[in-house]
Design a protein around this ligand. Sequence first.
Ligand code: B12
Ligand code: SF4
Length: 380
Amino acid sequence: MNSSINYQELAEKIKLWGQELGFAQVGICDIDLTEHEEKLQAWLDNNYHGNMEYMAKHGLDRARPQAIHPGSIRVISARMNYLPAEAKFAKILKQPKHAFVSRYALGRDYHKLMRKRLKQLGDRIKDYCQEFEFRPFVDSAPILERPLAQNAGLGWVGKHSLLINPKAGSWFFLGELLVNIPLPIDTPADNQCGHCVACLKICPTQAIVAPYVVDARRCISYLTIELRDAIPKELRPLMGNRIYGCDDCQLICPWNKFGQLTQEDDFSPRQHLDNVELLTLFAWDEDSFLSKTQGSPIRRIGFECWQRNIAVALGNAPYDLSIVQALKAKREHSTPMVIEHIDWALEQHEIKAKQQIIPTNERLQARLIRSIEKGMPRDA
Ligand code: B12
Ligand code: SF4
């Protein structure tokens, strides 16, 4: 290594450059994740990854950054806020005929944006230090990003398994550079969840099966984004109007009162996705879906899963003839998987329609019985 480089000074510069490039915070840690190996294996052994084959494929390499990028000895971990102004969470979650799209997915896909900035950060470091080698990652590598960020002092892994920062909550993405120079490392953040279990309690599908352990197969984020097959019937009613991702465990987290808004215009909502009716989105055909979701993370789930998710949300909406008509119309030219979800939604509306009629009938019957009784002789 080049002894003329003052790594302490360089580490300070890196943090400053990171902020100039739009990162809310940058920290540095070593690559040792051995303490996570056993738990990661247990998570995989329990099949908590469901159909996410890429999780099982890389196995314990996720806890071994050097296996992904040989020669790495440090990780530069960075976080970027994504919450747009006026997030309108509660408002939309309370309106069952509106679509709830997770707040991270309202605007431009973060992967490209963050990777580009991380590459710019890497290039700046390279200009300063010739022997510097790096590889930027944002979700793109099988690597435990949250434990690394915790070790780099960016926050702690909360009971919902997401990284929480004491001054910024959890509404941020993570990304990192694996690097080959001996930068000084930061102090890992302390866990401050305490006795709070609000996220475990609020989760609509009870996906947080124990503190710090998420069974992805139950998580609405997995069901709406990662799963390519039919959504298990027993979980559908619990999904409400959430058609892409879920924010509930973060919404309830008391640390998110310190949540910070994004500085990136690119994360601003597109296509009014922060406040749009389910029927408007259900009316999109495949061409509209592809053009309207250009550059958005939503595009990667594809039109079929998009329709599947909206069909479930429509099934969860209160009875409405226009919803029933839209479901029936779409049924004519949908794939078998979407048809199955549409049929489920129609069944829900049949049940709701009956429930609306039955109470009226019961009331009428009761009135009828009362009037008959009144007109009847005492000994009848
Ligand atoms: C796969 C994945 C998912 C899956 C699985 C979630 C999960 N918890 O693993 C699904 C699709 C469900 C998902 C959902 C979401 N995700 Co996601 N996801 C990932 C991804 C690609 C990999 C995560 C991973 O490695 N999981 C494997 C498991 C084993 O990891 P783990 O949960 O940390 O495992 C530990 C615990 O299980 C614990 N453990 C296990 N057993 C036991 C037992 C005991 C006693 C204890 C104490 C601990 C313990 O030890 C394990 C090892 O450390 C990361 C990016 C990355 N490369 O890290 C993004 C990432 C974690 N996701 C992210 C986001 C934003 C989300 C959502 C909020 C999106 C949304 N709004 O819908 C939700 C949140 C749901 C939730 N509560 O987790 C962000 C999180 C940012 C942050 N602030 O932390 C990341 C980092 C992406 C990014 N680059 O920004 N995600
Ligand atoms: S994202 Fe939603 S479904 Fe997934 S663990 Fe959090 S609250 Fe539960």
